[in-house]
Design a protein around this ligand. Sequence first.
Ligand code: PLP
Length: 396
Amino acid sequence: MISKRMRPLVENNSAIRVMFEEGKRLASLYGVENVFDFSLGNPNVPAPASVNQAIADVLREEDSVTVHGYMSNAGFSDTRKAVADSLNRRFGTDFGEENIVMISGAAGGLNAVLKAILDPGDEVATFAPYFMEYKNYVANYDARLVEVPSNSETFLPDLTALGNAITEKTRAVLINNPNNPTGVIYPEESIIRLAELLSAKEKVYGHAIYLISDEPYRELAYDGAKVPFVTRYYSDAIVVYSFSKSLSLPGERIGYVAVPDKAEDAKDLTQAIVIANRVLGHVNAPSLMQRMLVRCIDEETDLNAYDRNRKLLYEGLTECGFQCVKPEGAFYLFVKSPTTDEIQFCESAKKYNILFVPGGSFACPGYVRIAYCVSYDTIKNSLPAFRKLAEEYHLK
Ligand code: PLP
């Protein structure tokens, strides 16, 4: 018999995964080229050739026992130094290797951070819409995720609502920038105002309120948009980064957490994250990927490929009459459902072999998320199907 805690999770197994399975079913019926599956945030751009080359070089050139062995639970010293140096070069920070913990992707990193800071009954505030796993991650530590609305026009943080939602129990505010599912980037102005609010609330309650910034999409920012680096604006900030999207390595499980010295209890906090990583069963981040990173820390994905997709899909959909905020980052469009029941809208789309995810899965009903990390041809070929869908709703 499975646990009471797991039962609802098994019953509500992620809508995205369900869609993914549905995509496979439709592909077997109609052929892959006739199914337009926009359900999953799995990068379609291959990992840079230099990453694969570096993995091969590590295996050929480095000591096999070291490459496959345990290391300090925080990660290899030279990998953490490479991460710290790269951040310092790019964002003017002053991290050393002691500020960096290597983790297994953002999912592993967020869990380690939350385990490190949460006691039962604590609260973590986040802006809706949000990545649905946040709720489960926070519940893992018997704490509560408090949903705060975003501005309904811009999907930027609603700071008045956040101010009202913060209580004595709030240990952290969790943001995701660039954002899944909206594709919006919180600009410097938003981060400055958020930092001011949190500093004021810390004074009121007399304890740290950590700002956790979940940043798997940091490098996916278009038209020169800048993603503010939160530790520059707020002392009690923690950055959780992943190479899943930026180097197209989601199956490899590699990322890092950065904790600045000026964060409250920085040394204890870093140590707690390292131990949380171990006792959660990750032990340490995958060794081969850490060795690769020493050689590839500043490698970049083919941003152009996503940008072409973004432009084609955004223009194609808005021309048909669909409404959405123009995404500046990540690889998602968050489109307003032409009917309030967006699940019904998803069902209608399936008639044209189009698959996307209902906004309810991101605590934001009335919208759908379209992941455009697919081939350019998939988008091009899907546009006539989207046009038919728009006609069904008399959009134009
Ligand atoms: N956070 C957000 C907002 C995501 O979209 C994802 C994955 O899609 C994750 C975290 C988990 O990423 P990772 O593969 O690095 O664990």
